[in-house]
Write a protein that binds this ligand. Structure first.
Ligand code: IPE
Length: 248
């Protein structure tokens, strides 16, 4: 049983104010993860630790070494806060920085060795990855979102449970949460898939659904749920059907 949980940057940070972490939320989520430990890969987004920097330096369309460093440093500082909260609960986390382990090609992961995170999980370690800047062999540089990392790892490692905690109840259509969404439904809800508040260089809910529909093509079902609601992270980790399922 291998589980992958992504916590969106909008859950961990205030996306409208640069570098503003929601420390109480980070602690709460670490606590909920500790209720259901083991066989887990954790990925988190950048929120206001990354999107604002990326935007400022013109990433991903411009190659800017200073921008890469500043954006990476920022998201690493959020990663450190999360790793510390997890470590206090004896979850044995280790940071995994995509900048030094992923090569992109036109914005998509061209190479990444998933056996490293798998080996960590086998040894009782909780790998903690994050959305990051990365080198791109065609474009120079790019941004690898946490959602793309989830989709890639879930496919490569044949994960049994793939859950994405966001600040929304799931995928919305006409004011209500959809129980499930498949590729055929996309055209129907495309207009409603807007970006959330604050800066987002990786496409918001639209980007997320796109990644998960890609994953669904490989037969993997995933779930988008609201991680700002207390108890939801723990429930989703236990396999409870909350939010919207993205199905093949
Ligand atoms: C974005 O990662 C990474 C950078 C901007 C450096 P995500 O796309 O996974 O972040 P969130 O969840 O939208 O904040």
């Amino acid at each position: 049983m291998l589980r992958i949980l992504k916590i969106g940057g909008s859950v961990l940070t205030d996306k409208t104010t640069e570098g503003s972490a929601k420390l109480g939320e980070i602690e709460r989520i670490a606590e909920e993860v500790s209720a259901s430990p083991g066989d887990l890969i954790l990925v988190h987004g950048a929120g206001s630790f990354g999107h604002i920097h990326a935007q400022r330096f013109g990433l991903p369309s411009r190659f800017d070494p200073i921008g890469l460093l500043e954006t990476h440093r920022s998201v690493v500082s959020l990663n450190s806060l999360f790793v510390s909260a997890l470590s206090k609960r004896d979850l044995f986390p280790l940071p995994v920085h995509p900048l030094s382990s992923v090569l992109l090609d036109r914005g998509r992961i061209a190479s990444m060795d998933p056996s490293i995170v798998l080996e960590m999980v086998k040894r009782g370690i909780l790998p903690v990855l994050h959305g990051d800047v990365a080198l791109d062999r065609s474009l120079g540089s790019g941004i690898v979102s946490g959602d793309q990392l989830v989709s890639y790892l879930a496919r490569e490692l044949r994960s049994d449970l793939v859950i994405l905690g966001t600040a929304a109840d799931g995928v919305m259509s006409r004011g209500r949460v959809l129980d499930r969404i498949a590729a055929d439904d996309l055209s129907m809800i495309e207009e409603e898939l807007g970006a959330g508040p604050g800066f987002d260089v990786t496409g918001g809910m639209r980007g997320k659904v796109g990644e998960l529909l890609d994953l669904a093509q490989y037969g993997v079902t995933s779930r988008i749920f609201n991680a700002t609601v207390e108890g939801n992270v723990e429930a989703a980790l236990r396999g409870q059907a909350i939010g919207t399922a993205v199905v093949p």
